[in-house]
Design a protein around this ligand. Sequence first.
Ligand SMILES: C[S@@+](CC[C@H](N)C(=O)[O-])C[C@H]1O[C@@H](n2cnc3c(N)ncnc32)[C@H](O)[C@@H]1O
Length: 295
Amino acid sequence: MRVPIRPVRGRWPTRIERFGPLRRFFRRDPLTILDENAHADAYRQAMDSIYVGNTIKVTGSARHRVPDQLLIDTVALEGARIVDLGASDGSTSVDLAERVDDFGEFVIADLHLTVTVVTVGRWHVLFDTDGECILVGSRRLSAWPELSRPVAALFAGVIRRGRERRAAEGREVVLLNPDTRRLIAADERISARVHDVFTVWGEPRPDVIKVANLLRRLYFCDDDLVRALHAVRDSLPEGGHLMVVDNPRIPGVVDPPPRAGIWQRDGDRLVEVARAGDPEIADLVELVGTAGVPK
Ligand SMILES: C[S@@+](CC[C@H](N)C(=O)[O-])C[C@H]1O[C@@H](n2cnc3c(N)ncnc32)[C@H](O)[C@@H]1O
């Protein structure tokens, strides 16, 4: 369950933080994403607490070793234009780009690539690109007003003042991990851009689109997932490849392996060419381009 207000770990007296029933409520500071000198791991961990739209920006490094290897073994990637779509802070993109090496172009894409932060007294108010307040944080507390009406009411004044000052005082923050930013600066083949999985990519089309932990039933209904899959299919050229990955959560299993499938565009259809495990939405990918399925 997402708790709508949390004390920040490490900022309270030890006796309070260690007090049994309260202990599990303390959470790492999500405002780490505002710190230009943050360590890559700390930055990545802060992504667990960034909820935007219907989704969470949770990610990790080295979490797609098996799917990435499957892609390398299945698809000729030399000179390929690769897109990691719904890439969050780009940690998984860094992993893949470093392993493939001889790709032609690599685009790290996400719909929510930036937030705007406004400081109101001791509070930092974060807005997404639609102007929705996604987080209110101070040194000691983090709150997610969209998760709870009482919390939204509690912070209504701070949010209103933040909104009023947004245009004049707002600072845009790009949500890319320090490792990702370093790689982009060092390799001109790699870039980042905003893209919505529900829209067609346009030209030049990617040869490979990886979508990991975005097209999931925990975020979208099946109709929307199929709609997104049609947009992704139309983003690929004939013969282009889609890889869908999900990291399942299985109660009682620590770090279960990710599940992945690779499909190749064949006209209106996506034809499976490889898989690892049982990818969550494989049944929906099979429906793409079949009669009676709305686009
Ligand atoms: C759970 S994260 C997955 C991050 C990474 N792919 C991974 O597997 O570690 C989901 C990401 O999808 C992004 N997202 C949400 N809706 C999107 C959309 N309509 N189009 C593109 N990206 C979207 C979120 O901003 C978030 O960064």
